[in-house]
Design a protein around this ligand. Structure first.
Ligand SMILES: Cc1cc2nc3c(=O)[nH]c(=O)nc-3n(C[C@H](O)[C@H](O)[C@H](O)COP(=O)(O)O)c2cc1C
Length: 345
């Protein structure tokens, strides 16, 4: 079903929007490897343990969650479907998933928050050369009751997105951050990002927001240790869905060394290529606390709006539940390295 959405979305969206959503950087080596890497890990089941009752819940930033799935921050959702970010927020709320709203939202963060109701939500921050824009976003996130600030640290400027360059894709819906005044070409928009962003800024935005900070886009264990020293609440092991520097390590392969380096001192999330519930089980077995899912939710949204996004999330949770049963590990909390092995090549 998730895969049907992917094929249908490619037909429904024009080549410009589809190329922007689906594409990666350069030759898309990392984009492909993100998906392939999960398959290089094999599950190793236990038997005869009694799996009638299963529990997909996990603990994230000190709170119990019904399952480990978050919706990754993704820009410009009104370009995918008129339901846009509010549709995704409702789908996330209906399935107990945390939605991470992008700084490049095409809908006011307060409106998205209202759509989500009391559901938990996080806000993703891009730091722009015009720091005032980023501070305005932080203020909107606070007003909208967002509970964590996800600062994306792998985007000092845009990667080389050749599909988008070829199609000349421009936005038809203005991002909230700059209203009608902002540039519509992606190259111009990407040039708004502040390439001087450094560790000092992390602390400053954390203080300004008063929210727990999660750094998104860490791959190197040395940076993970630095994040511990910086006192952040969590990190997302991520290569931005293969959209920034081509040929970097996949999220799946980067995860283990990062988990080892931080040694439980902060929460570790992972994203990139998570397409099935069993991918998430592998992530948890390798030591992740939660996983973010990007494009599959977008394909559901593009095909059927809020209902499509919800179906994708429901399927992921259902697949994780089934995986726990067939893996002989009925509690997601108990997944560990003994449940996963490198597939022999
Ligand atoms: C269309 C699209 C837009 C994205 N926009 C953002 C964004 O605004 N901020 C951000 O931190 N990451 C952004 N990302 C990266 C995602 O948050 C996430 O890291 C990635 O999509 C996960 O990989 P997956 O799509 O294979 O699940 C975007 C990804 C896509 C596909």
């Amino acid at each position: 079903m998730t895969h049907d959405f992917e094929a249908r979305a490619a037909e429904l969206l024009g080549p410009g929007a589809h190329g922007y959503f689906a594409g990666g950087a350069g030759d898309e080596v990392t984009l492909r490897d993100n998906v392939a890497a999960w398959d290089r890990f094999a599950l190793l089941p236990r038997v005869l343990v009694g799996v009638e009752h299963r529990d997909t819940s996990v603990t994230l930033l000190g709170r119990e969650r019904p399952h480990p799935f978050l919706v990754a921050p993704m820009a410009y959702q009104l370009e995918a479907h008129p339901d846009g970010e509010t549709g995704t927020a409702r789908a996330a709320a209906a399935t107990g998933s945390i939605m991470v709203l992008s700084s490049q939202t095409t809908t006011d963060p307060r409106q998205v928050a209202a759509a989500a109701g009391p559901a938990d939500r996080w806000f993703q921050l891009y730091v722009y050369r015009d720091r005032g824009l980023s501070h305005d976003l932080v203020a909107a996130a606070r007003e909208g009751g967002y509970e964590a600030l996800v600062i994306t640290v792998d985007f000092p400027f845009g990667g080389r997105r050749e599909r988008t360059e070829r199609s000349g894709f421009t936005l038809s819906h203005p991002p909230f951050v700059d209203g009608l005044a902002g540039p519509r070409s992606l190259a111009e928009r990407h040039a708004m990002h502040d390439p001087s962003l450094s560790w000092d800024d992390v602390a400053a935005f954390g203080e300004a927001s008063g929210l727990p900070v999660v750094l998104k886009g860490v791959l190197n264990p040395a940076d993970a240790v630095r994040a511990v020293d910086a006192g952040v609440a969590g990190i997302v092991v991520s290569n931005h869905g293969g959209r920034q520097l081509d040929t970097v390590l996949s999220g799946a392969d980067a995860l283990g060394p990062v988990v080892e380096a931080v040694d439980g001192r902060l929460d570790v999330l992972v994203d990139g290529g998570v397409r099935r519930g069993w991918d998430a089980a592998k992530a948890l077995a390798l030591g992740a606390d939660a996983v973010m899912v990007g494009r599959p939710v977008l394909w559901g949204l593009a095909c059927e709006g809020e209902a499509g996004a919800r179906r994708v999330l429901e399927q992921l949770v259902d697949e994780l539940d089934g995986t726990l049963g067939l893996l002989g590990c009925p509690r997601a909390h108990d997944l560990d390295a003994s449940h996963v092995a490198r597939r022999p090549t």
